[in-house]
Write a protein that binds this ligand. Structure first.
Ligand code: 5GP
Length: 217
């Protein structure tokens, strides 16, 4: 069983890619995390997450039920050993859609896990993606954007850096990595170069400078 860890800032297309992988690749299964956050509209217990309150989550932490857990945006999230056993029993490989703290925790325990960070082709495209969701005010979008940028800065903790410029191409590469074990499809040098470009964009782009002035931070 190969454990796949997939992280990406919100707006990088992770959910769409993972959903398609599950549809087309019967050897893969999503690991369902526990969380203390409230269900969003349309989210179902045991499908999107196992929802529970803080004290029940803490009890599970004390029992040693989690391979890893972390606080993300004020809520607790964790991957249970039980969940991985459920997937292993089916003879499948789990995909863990977790944040960078989760991966940093798992890394020493599961050195054979394959870690993938999905990068947007530019910060402009990430911003436009957040904008197209349309549900946030500009202040909230700016906060999400800055969080996304902070996550991008940790992308070098991952062994595979995958650019999602073209959804179909990114999907085919992910499939090749997860089904055929072909890790060479995403060049790490290219990924690191893209990270550098994204850093430069954050520091120098006029539209970002404008937003920073507008938001006062
Ligand atoms: P959301 O609340 O939007 O579903 O997820 C928020 C963040 O929590 C995402 O970055 C997601 O990857 C992360 N996350 C979800 N489940 C887990 C988990 O089990 N462990 C960790 N460390 N992060 C998680």
């Amino acid at each position: 069983m190969t454990v796949f860890v997939v992280s990406a800032p919100s707006g990088a297309g992770k959910t769409t890619l993972n959903r398609r992988l599950l549809q087309e690749c019967p050897t893969l299964e999503m690991s369902i995390s526990h969380t203390t956050r409230s269900p969003r509209k349309g989210e179902q217990e045991g499908v999107h997450y196992y929802f529970l309150d803080r004290s029940s989550f803490q009890s599970l932490v004390e029992e040693g039920a989690f391979l890893e857990w972390a606080e993300v945006h004020g809520n607790l999230y964790g991957t249970s050993f039980k969940e991985l056993e459920r997937i292993e029993k089916q003879g499948k490989s789990p995909i863990l859609e977790i944040d960078v703290q989760g991966w940093d925790n798992i890394k020493p325990k599961l050195p054979s896990a394959v870690s993938i960070f999905i990068l947007p082709p530019s910060l402009r495209s990430l911003w436009e993606r957040l904008e197209s969701r349309g549900s946030d005010h500009v202040e909230q979008r700016w906060r999400r954007f800055k969080n996304a940028y902070a996550e991008i800065k940790t992308a070098n903790h991952y062994s595979i850096l995958l650019e999602n410029q073209d959804l179909e191409e990114a999907f085919q590469k992910l499939k090749s990595i997860m089904v055929a074990g072909n890790y060479q499809v995403a060049s790490r040098e290219d990924g690191l170069r893209l990270c550098k470009r994204l850093n430069e964009e954050f520091e120098t782009a006029d539209w970002i400078k404008g937003l920073r002035t507008q938001m006062g931070s």
